[in-house]
Design a binder for this molecule. Sequence first.
Ligand SMILES: [Cu+2]
Length: 476
Amino acid sequence: MANKISRRKILGLGAATIASSVALLGKEGQANSHGGGPAQYRPSPGQQKSGGRPYWEKSYSGGLIDVKALTPVLPGKGYKPVVIPNGGALPFKVIDGVKVFHLIAEEVDHAFDSGLRAKCWGYNGRVNGTVIEAVEGERIRIYVTNRLPVATSVHWHGIYLPNGMDGVGGLTQPYIKAGETAKYEWTLRQYGSFMFHSHHDEMTQMGMGLIGMFIIHPRNPSSEYHVDRDFSLMINEWAIEAGTARPNTLVMNDFNILTINGKVFPSTSPLVCKTGDKVRLRLGNLGAMDHHPMHIHGYHFRITATDGEDIPLSAQWPETTALVAVGQTRNIEFIADAPGDWAFHCHMTHHVMNQMGHQFPNMVGMKMEGVEEQVRPLLPAYMSMGHTGMDMGRMAEVMPYPKNTIAMKGAPGPFGDYISMGGLFTIVKVRDRLKSYDEDPGWYQHPAVAMKASDAELTRDGIEIVSDGIAPNNRR
Ligand SMILES: [Cu+2]
């Protein structure tokens, strides 16, 4: 048929032949009902198809709402539960073929770290770390009890559901008033990494901690779906001024506590893997204002799914940094084939700091000799800081912090020096041998480390060190 002539063939034909093929298309391709005129335009196959799927899908909302629910599936039987560092899955019961959950919104005295607690709002005794986990095709019923002093509602973010279950306070349902219990019920018609959060007085309630991950496993997983380690990580940001006991939800930009599942480094549990494991990190972000470029060391990963759907293999994006915007989830996957203690963190440098204010004059490069001695008679605890940067190790040891405050960043590392990151930071610990996935295997024993170079090495390689300026050998 004329419309099957390849591009190469057409390029090889003369103009007259092309004209006759177009005329032929006019007849055989039934594109032109008038017989002689130009053929009707048809979109190319490339525009119609994407990865074997129709470019426009049959449904963007899961199709029919009233579908027959499938049998509930138990963890470990039909799906492998996700790993929730510093958190846990919401328990459920199966009642007459329905998975029944009971979510309780309440005040939680939450420890971000051993040094910092705050009265936050959370679900079932946890802040950001309570995960709802279910399986595609299941009927779920979620009772939400409101033990807060104010009304709330819960929105199931990214999930196909009847409009009346969408949880937007005032729009799709009345508020769940203090002391009341509401009932949500629908059948899950998709799988993937999703979230849930308060959808009433969002700035306050989400800022106080009312957010969580909602993981739905596929009913018939493909062979690619299997991973050895499947981590659920919710990212959030908080404003908690030093010495205070509650998050300040009025802050718009100056967030000073950045958390994974409600914890700051070094309280973020490491992501423990065995060498060769296939690893999935499900990243969600329901912070107030900031998108987080989450970066891994030593590996690249593939972005395999969003909260929309799985990404076809041909379209998966190899990366070392995945931007997780507010309101998004990203699944990233890699094979952990390099043992070590690999940093995994937000690449915004202010997001790997713990509690600090930002209203300081810029002191970098200032000559501070003698200043401490002159100021200390007036302010005994005064310590000049900032002129060579933020040396957290020293500050943690020297500075008198107010009560209920954590060091701006850092934790002692394996070499006696501080790890100069806090906040949105955790460690992927990959080991050849592991006692248990649930135990921190300690620091990695490196076969080689970048240590101070010896004089012999410097001499051997012709590296000249002079006390100031550049040695002649080192000039270009
Ligand atoms: Cu960030």
